[in-house]
Ligand binder design. Sequence first.
Ligand code: ING
Length: 294
Amino acid sequence: MRIITVAAAQMGPIQRAESRQTVIPRMIALMDEAKARGADLIVYPELALTTFFPRWYMEDQAEVDAWFEREIPNAAAMPLFARAAGHHFNTCILTDKSGKIVGKYRKTHLPGHSEFDPERAFQHLEKRYFEPGDTGFPVWRTMGGIFGMAICNDRRWPETYRVMGLQGVEMVVLGYNTPSVNPQNSEEGPSRRLFHNRLSVQSGAYQNATWVVAVAKAGVEDGFPLIGGSLIVDPDGEIVAEARTEGDELLVHPCDLDATAFGKQTIFDFASHRRVEHYGLITSRVGAIPPPEE
Ligand code: ING
């Protein structure tokens, strides 16, 4: 048994006017609760320090830059930020129990758009403010297992999990900020969003025999609702813990990394069951849709 007791630290809304100084005590309170409940690892959401600012159209670069961190307290991460000088990535880091930076990941799949779109109920300007990540989907050996990371929209793409699955990942941790309604389809509300959230995370976990911990920033930010639904899914695709509120809420579960072995050795024994000679299209840039019928 290789137990990692994980705390999924769902956070409620952060209003645009709030400073990081009001948010950090909430994060520390969740960390204190996680420690009291015996957690080895705590996972925070995407944009855990700020509101989901890509919903706002901004033209002043200084105003945009203010939403980004230039450094984090650990010097080891400085190369990440130094190299990023002038770049804007949606970034997350993995630290071990000593607080040492083990890994850094930059969000690969950026949804939304880059120019103001009057047709939308609200903006989603990730392509305006972030560059696509350049890290790929690495995994790292730490805390007795193999860990990987993703951010938000990445969780909807099977490629995200498969690339880490092919590297033997045993736990994927990710955060998300997901609007409760579709700005381009008012018919699609929170229940459909929560359905897709579960579907994406459970599929990724099952199809790669890995734990997945997905953590929301939830609730209403300046009138714009975000789904909660943070969840911990086991390597068989079962949800073992799920948030019930849209506020600060901690999920804690003892995850046995050895539980990933059965799936990796049987149905998803990649070495013996995959047929890579048929998968070429997956790395092609566009689909190969057949021409219209004569
Ligand atoms: N947010 C959303 C997400 O992928 C989205 C955007 C919602 C895209 C629903 C498609 C459908 O969960 C972020 N920040 O990626």
